[in-house]
Ligand binder design. Sequence first.
Ligand SMILES: [Zn+2]
Length: 324
Amino acid sequence: MSITWPLRSGRRLTVLVFAATLGAAAAAGAAPGDWADRVAGEPGAFALLGDLEAGCLYSAGATAVGDARVPAGSWVKPFLAYALLACGKTDENETHLCEGWRDPLHRCWYGPGHGRLNLEQALAQSCNAWFQHVTPRLEPSLYQAIDAPFFPAGWSDASIVSAAAEEWQDTFIAGRLTARSLTFEAWSRALAALVLGRRVDWPAGPGVPGVRALVLGPPVGDSATLAVVRRGLQAAAAGGTAQELAQRFGSADLWVKTSSSQSPYGDAAGRRPDAVCMVAAFWPAGHPRAFIALFVPRGMAATTAAPLAGEVLRDFCRWRRMLP
Ligand SMILES: [Zn+2]
């Protein structure tokens, strides 16, 4: 008896410790740190995660990026599409031939070329050539006036650098089109407003660090025109630049836009990241309950930011008990 007791108690203790370890591991699977840790694990990455039901916005990663100016890159394409459709300068059926990266006049990011595509496919594949054909029809001032409702106050107040349509077009094709440059947060908010068709705001304020109120305002934009743009964003998840995001997330029921560009601006720390990859994803398409806007200063968005965004959004939705 005097010998077995220590053994038995030792065994019992071992079992208890093992159970406690299992419990901790199971809890960690749904812990808030998971999605944030994934962002923190990617050097220079920054993410905004929105819970649209609870009205909360979370952030993770290098916080300085949120306030840094970034080129819109291909995030501008949904805004261009909306403006062109809204003023009748294109429609869903207009097709153009993408011949890929051939010469200074034919410079789609996809070297071999996308072939012939319409607006939905141009958004899904983020085809530069399609937008290169149609963008010169849009004066910068008209573009700004039509898209102003999606942007934070100040967009329309700020002085507009006047530029001929061709110059503006060149800037776009060179990957610097931002008829205006804005911060990553401002672009994220504008894209959320366009995708949701609602005014969107997340004011800074006191409260839990890293968590802000996510406020949805009144409807903005023309709903029929927005529906056309969203079809392109859904096609991106189903078979376009966000295919890998959808795979990692576990569903293609998403509205997504990727963007890859070279930054002409330094970040808040004064560095000039060569690559500016951004992706915004909203789930589920139709009536989004959650979204992510992710910045990754590496590679191409389709292969660096998009897969990571799919994993982070999946973990975030599980943590918010939206996914099993
Ligand atoms: Zn193309």
